[in-house]
Design a protein around this ligand. Structure first.
Ligand code: NAD
Length: 280
């Protein structure tokens, strides 16, 4: 990020960001670790989800992207995936709605005839200075989007998942560290860690693994559109690595948990956060 010229805020679209997030590592060499697999990625239009969807596609998986607003981001991501010679479908709607989640899973299986990997990544956050400023509406919506959605998507997906399938949830470093302006959001992320642990125990007997990725400060529209302008220029500088992460640096964690490289790992969280030591 150019610190002398802090970027202007956008309404949450990756295409409007300056500088743009880096979704793809140009030096990455794929070996088709996910060939023949089908993955659904919520929030796969931008940021961490986009980088994950593209990396999975490079590794051979067919991709279903769920998103809520930005048709432009979604179309751009789909085009990038199709250029790799991989099929991709876009499904627009609200993951906080159970009927929509049922429908998104059905559409994915109708199109690709299978489902192997579920990435529960869609999320929202709204920074507030004090708990009194968190409206009931914001509280309910943040919980619906960030954690209820994971129940809905998993319930719908279980009919199709089989031994060897993988569910990966996006948590956050704030689940462990807390964040004074994100009380509701960080509470959902703590719930996601507990959800991941409990669900992993429940699904182990079916041979389905459940893990989480807990990113630290990553340069994405979520941050760009919701952080106060004066804080953006220092975003990520308080990490030991001294900078924000890029989406492609998080996507590799999802790939590890999606592939058989992590076949003996379930109920765990990978911390991709620039070096903050966290418990659990
Ligand atoms: P992002 O804005 O690029 O992605 C969030 C995506 O979630 C949106 O693009 C949108 O498609 C989707 N979404 C939001 N509400 C939705 C809804 N109701 N229905 C369907 N889709 C919806 O930002 P990101 O940073 O890539 O966020 C991805 C995940 O990473 C989120 O769960 C976020 O909490 C988590 N995370 C991000 C950071 C960070 O610093 N960027 C840190 C920790 C965790």
């Amino acid at each position: 990020m150019n610190q002398d010229n802090p970027p202007q805020k956008s309404p949450g679209k990756e295409l409007d960001m300056n500088p743009k997030p880096i979704s793809v590592d140009p030096d990455y060499r794929e070996i088709k670790k996910l060939l023949g697999k089908v993955a659904i990625v919520t929030g796969g239009d931008s940021g961490i989800g986009k980088a994950t969807a593209i990396l999975f596609a490079k590794e051979g998986a067919k991709i279903s992207i769920v998103y809520n607003e930005s048709d432009e981001d979604a179309e751009e991501t789909k085009k990038t995936i199709e250029k790799l010679g991989v099929d991709c479908i876009l499904i627009k709607g609200d993951v906080g709605n159970k009927d929509f989640c049922d429908d998104a899973i059905s559409k994915t299986v109708d199109k690709f005839k299978a489902l192997d990997i579920v990435v529960n990544n869609a999320g929202e956050q709204h920074s507030k200075e004090n708990i009194e400023e968190i409206s009931e509406e914001q509280l309910i919506k943040t919980f619906r989007t960030n954690i209820f959605s994971m129940f809905f998507m998993t319930q719908a997906a279980l009919k199709y998942l089989k031994p060897g399938s993988s569910i990966i949830n996006t948590a956050s470093v704030v689940a462990y560290q807390g964040r004074e302006q994100l009380i509701d959001y960080s509470s959902t992320k703590g719930a996601i860690v507990s959800f991941t642990r409990s669900l992993s125990q429940n699904l182990a007997k079916k041979g389905i693994r459940v893990n989480a990725v807990a990113p630290g400060p990553i340069w994405t529209p979520l941050v760009y559109s919701t952080f106060p302008q004066d804080k953006l220029k220092d975003f990520g500088k308080d990490t030991p690595l001294g900078r924000p992460g890029q989406p492609y640096e998080v996507a590799t964690g999802f790939l590890f948990l999606a592939s058989s490289d992590s076949s003996y790992i379930t109920g765990q969280t990978i911390h991709i956060n620039g070096g903050h030591p966290v418990n659990g």
